[in-house]
Structure formats: structure tokens, C-alpha cells
Write a protein that binds this ligand. Structure first.
Ligand SMILES: Nc1nc2c(c(=O)[nH]1)N[C@H]1C(S)=C(S)[C@@H](COP(=O)(O)O)O[C@H]1N2
Ligand SMILES: [Mo]
Length: 415
């Protein structure tokens, strides 16, 4: 960030002058593509060498979420979950990033040369940016998770992919939305904004302006390359720590407005007023053990490093604890790497399994002191009886237990 500051100040100072250059219809110079012919890799190994493929022995793959066939009978892909049980470190490879389309999708095929982002509504200067325009501006690169509100544990789920696979974590590169909004000049009446995607079913959502000016990113990069089509190519909005549905893919329009609008994607917040809706967007502190997890099998007693992921919409994860005795005693886990704000962090706990049946769990605390709740606490919060039929009504950030049987097989502790 430090190195970017002078450039950014320069940009903002000359903003009004630059703004003229970004208005609709201005031909932007083609950047980024080398014009000279360099030797190419061709032939049957192209996929391995020109654009790397993984080992044929590695078979980890995404699965449809919630037992729904994908594609469905109409050829639509809805929700596809990431194989967290195989994850190491904190980056979800783009190929394995979960993906979700609210009304199913044939992926929009967008030519980045003609795609634009229009920012209009309650601004002094409505502006339209091409992808090349955006790439000229001061950038940020940050790790952030996205999580679908539908990511929830149930008694029927067997694996951590089924219980928690609707979240992923990637390195996102782009321009802060605040940079663009300052360029447009916000009118004081602009208190909310609506972001719209380019597919036939418009994935529009209302979000508070404070979030826009804080840390939203208009991202063109994901894990060091262009955002993948499934994740919003060529542009997507990142709304760090907020519900997945707000992270508008195939972003083409942002309208500044003076109230909460009821858009296609806002149906989930139908019964809430403005203030409650804004707060309900933030994902609570959550953690899950990814190894050992459901459907895996420990070959025998002895040493294992328990490993898992923790994240929160409230900021960076401050502490993770692991229990190896069904929640009687909680032990401090170690971090692998430094937890980042609104990003998955990897935790680990050294464990010597004595070969007896037990239950393992994890819980976390974020930097603003929020503690991951038990399912029982969540039931109490919603004023529902806590029994075998309980399913979490809102966002589910409950503690996930994994049962270890004497033969080393691991199953869902909720079952
Ligand atoms: N334009 C558009 N944006 C969208 C969606 C969509 O269907 N259309 N799905 C949303 C939902 S429900 C989620 S959870 C996230 C998923 O992001 P991902 O597919 O990159 O993981 O994108 C959100 N952005
Ligand atoms: Mo979602």
C-alpha cells in the first residue's frame, strides 16, 4: 500500500482532469497484451505446459451443493461447493473456488474489450470505465473470503465440503470502489448503492454507502490472473466480510441511491428495515476443522496435525481453540501464517490420538471480540427449541463437531 500512496494522491489531485478521459465513448488505448509474436507452446501437451495442469493423481473436485443435480434438467448450474477437505494453506485455487448463481446460469460470455462499468445516480459526474481504464488506476491486492448465506451444516451432510464448501478464499486485485466514487463525486444524499451484474437475470443488490467507501473492491484479478468467468469475469465487486450474494459478478453498473431498494437479490432481507438489513449482511466468526473431517478415516492411533480454517466478517481472526474431547477442554490452536482481515486463516493443533472414540471441534474469536456460537446458543437466539429437528434460520456460523470412531472413521457429529 505504502508505495501506492503518492500515485494515488496524484490521481486524486488530477481526478477532475482524468475524469474527462473516462467518460462514455472515449477510445482507450489497448494495454496489457504484448504486440510482438513470441514462440508459442502447441500440441498435445499445451494444457500442461502453456497453461499448467495439475497431476493426474490429484482428483479433488467441486460438487453440486445441497444434493441438487448440476447442471439441472434445464442445463442450469446453481451452487457448486469447494472441496475444503483437501485444502492446505489459505488460498482456494480458482479452479476449486465455490461458485453460486442465484437463479442458475449459463455463464455470460463477456468480451472485456467492450465491457464497461457505469457509475451513476446521485453523483456529480456519472462515469463509465472500461477494463483498461480501471487497470490504469491505483490498485489493491487483498486476500478475502466469500461465503454464501446458504453455507450451513445439517445432520444429513457427510463431508466438510457438504457442510462448509460454499466458502472460498482468494487473492483479489482491483481498484477500491471508494477511488471510483471519489472520482464521480458523491452527492450528500447518496446513502445506498445498487450493484448490478450483466447476466440475463440481473443480480442486483442494495448496500450501504459506508461499506462502499470503506473496503469494497472492483476486482479484475483473482489469484494472480484474470477473474475466472464463473467468478465474474471480467469484473466483480468484492464486499469484504459481507454475505456472498452482495459480491456482484459480471459487474456492469453501480447506481448511487438515497434509500434501500428492493432488488432481485434483496429478497433474503424482505422482512427487515434498512438498518437491520445493513447489519445482517456481515458474516459472523466461523471455523471448521478440515482434517480430519467427515468421511475421512484415520489409519490408526498416533500423531495427527488437526487442521482447519477460520474467518469472520468482523475482521481478522484473533484466536482459534480446538477441543479433542467433545468440548470439555478447549486448547489454543496455532496459526499457519498471519490472519488477514475478512479472509480465511489456517489453524493447526498437534494431536496424539489414543485410538479411543471421541469428538473434535473448533471455535474462534475475531478481532472485535465476537465468539463463534454453538448450535444451542443459535437456537436460543432465534427462540427455537434445540432438538434433532433444529436447523439454523439465518446465517449459520455454528460450531461443527466431527466424531472419531474407534476404527478411525470420521463422521458428522450432528448426525
Ligand atoms: N451477477 C451475479 N452476481 C452474483 C451472483 C449471481 O447469481 N449473479 N451470485 C451471488 C451469490 S449467491 C454468491 S454466494 C456469490 C458467489 O461468488 P462465486 O461464485 O465467485 O463464489 O456471488 C454472488 N454474485
Ligand atoms: Mo450465495
Amino acid at each position: 500500500m505504502g508505495a501506492k500512496r503518492p500515485a494515488r494522491r496524484e490521481f486524486l489531485r488530477t481526478g477532475a482532469a482524468l475524469a474527462g478521459g473516462f467518460t462514455l465513448g472515449t477510445a482507450a488505448p489497448a494495454l496489457g497484451q504484448a504486440q510482438t509474436q513470441s514462440p508459442m507452446i502447441k500440441g498435445e501437451r499445451e494444457g500442461e505446459i502453456a497453461y499448467g495442469a495439475r497431476s493426474k493423481y490429484v482428483t479433488s473436485a467441486r460438487i453440486p451443493h445441497g444434493g441438487r443435480p448440476s447442471p439441472d434438467t434445464f442445463g442450469l448450474t446453481f451452487h457448486v461447493a469447494s472441496p475444503l477437505q483437501d485444502s492446505v494453506g489459505v488460498i482456494t485455487p480458482s479452479s476449486l473456488h465455490y461458485f453460486a448463481t442465484t437463479r442458475g446460469a449459463f455463464l455470460p460470455d463477456i468480451d472485456p474489450k467492450t465491457h464497461t462499468l457505469m457509475i451513476h445516480g446521485l453523483v456529480d459526474r456519472p462515469l463509465t470505465f472500461t477494463i483498461d481504464d480501471l487497470k490504469r488506476l491505483p490498485s489493491v491486492t487483498r486476500l478475502h473470503f466469500i461465503e454464501c448465506a446458504g453455507n450451513r451444516a445439517s445432520r444429513r451432510a457427510k463431508t466438510v465440503q457438504e457442510t462448509h464448501g460454499m466458502t472460498s478464499n482468494a487473492e483479489w486485485t482491483g481498484v477500491l470502489l471508494s477511488t471510483l466514487l471519489k472520482e464521480c463525486g458523491l452527492k450528500s444524499s447518496a446513502t445506498w448503492f445498487v450493484a448490478e451484474g450483466a447476466e440475463e437475470v440481473k443480480g442486483a443488490s442494495s448496500m450501504p454507502i459506508a461499506k462502499a467507501m470503506d473496503d469494497c473492491i472492483v476486482a479484475y484479478g483473482m489469484n494472480g490472473e484474470a477473474v475466472r468467468p464463473q467468478n465474474g469475469f471480467p469484473l466483480r465487486l468484492m464486499v469484504p466480510g459481507f454475505e456472498g450474494i452482495l459480491h456482484t459478478k459480471w459487474l456492469r453498473r453501480i447506481k448511487l441511491v438515497d434509500r434501500y431498494y428492493m432488488n432481485y437479490n434483496d429478497f433474503g432481507h424482505l422482512d427487515q428495515d434498512d438498518k437491520v438489513a445493513a447489519l445482517a449482511y456481515q458474516i459472523g466468526p466461523k471455523s471448521v476443522i478440515t482434517f480430519p473431517s467427515g468421511d475421512q478415516r484415520l489409519p490408526g492411533k498416533g500423531f495427527y496435525e488437526i487442521s482447519g480454517l477460520a474467518w469472520s466478517g468482523g475482521g481478522a481472526i484473533k484466536q482459534v481453540e480446538v477441543s479433542i474431547d467433545g468440548g470439555k477442554k478447549w486448547n489454543k490452536a496455532e496459526f499457519r501464517g498471519t490472519p488477514q482481515r475478512m479472509a480465511h486463516c489456517r489453524f493447526a493443533y498437534p494431536w496424539n490420538w489414543d485410538g479411543n472414540e471421541t469428538e473434535i471441534l473448533s471455535r474462534c474469536v475475531d478481532e472485535i471480540g465476537q465468539v463463534q456460537p454453538t448450535r444451542e446458543q443459535i437456537a436460543k437466539y432465534w427462540n427455537k427449541p434445540y432438538d434433532q429437528t433444529f436447523s439454523v434460520p439465518g446465517l449459520d456460523n455454528s460450531i461443527q463437531p466431527w466424531k472419531i470412531a474407534g476404527d478411525g472413521s470420521v463422521t458428522n457429529g450432528l448426525a
